[in-house]
Design a protein around this ligand. Sequence first.
Ligand SMILES: Nc1ncnc2c1ncn2[C@@H]1O[C@H](COP(=O)(O)OP(=O)(O)OP(=O)(O)O)[C@@H](O)[C@H]1O
Length: 307
Amino acid sequence: MFLELQQSTVGYKTPLIEEISTGLDLGEICLLVGNNGVGKTTLIKSILNQTPLLSGSILLEEKSNISFSNRELAKKIAVVFSKSRVPANFTLADLIGFGKYIHYPYYFNLSKEDQNEVEEIIERLNLTQYTNFPLQKLSDGNLQKAFIGRALAQNSPMIILDEPTTHLDEENKIIILKLLRHLARTKNKLILFSSHDWRLAKEFADKMWLVNSGRMDSGITEELLLKHHELLNPQLFHMSSGFIAPHISAPTLEKEMLFSYLQKNFAKDLSKFQFEYLESFWTVTVGNQQQICTSFAEIALFINKQS
Ligand SMILES: Nc1ncnc2c1ncn2[C@@H]1O[C@H](COP(=O)(O)OP(=O)(O)OP(=O)(O)O)[C@@H](O)[C@H]1O
């Protein structure tokens, strides 16, 4: 196992996440998920040997992480923090090139091969037009992609990203997540990324580290989601308190859309209503009343008439 946590407790004066026992292998992509302040960044810093564990140990290729120097660690793990400092007076290509310098002294010039690799990374990240842009002039999203590029240039077997998609729009989020998946699969890299958004897990992560109430549950994404119904349960997102769902019989998408519409608009008990979707219209039944509705507006009218 490439990364192994053994009874690791992370935190500062008091523990944030206690007795984590889990591990990850090369080729896997894992989402570290939990609400604000549960200790995701602290855990990442403990893996990187920047914040000492309160107890337990962390192994990298079976050796304790505290036995590695910073340079040795950088050869194993590349990191992207969401609030990275922007070095002044450098271009995007310079920043990505810095990823290479963990392998050389600072006064070295990059070889032609390294330069080609930097260019390739820039292309893959769709950043070619910004190659010689000063970093200060990049948008937050492109800057975030540039830091990810630097981590890729580092060529380490593991990449850790703390909230990598924070500044990205949907299109760039997908580019980054697809690229990370591709790297895990084709280059056998281990990728650990943190996010509040557990919904990213289903599409992108093989494993999930879920932090809640000072503990971590880890495992295969789908198994963990099945175990934690509260994550899949749309009640998490209820806008109207007092809303109780009706029975809806419809294909998944229609069901989800009707549910979403009702929960936003009706802060009341709809459990006596039955909705059935038939090709292009809904039949709505309550008691011995039945109505055909062809739009959500008609459904709303019908519900209001009944109450
Ligand atoms: N150096 C420090 N010393 C003491 N407490 C700290 C230190 N750094 C962070 N904390 C506290 O530890 C807790 C967890 O912080 P951490 O940044 O690890 O959480 P997180 O899960 O990454 O949160 P977010 O999702 O908001 O980034 C917070 O309450 C934070 O204030």
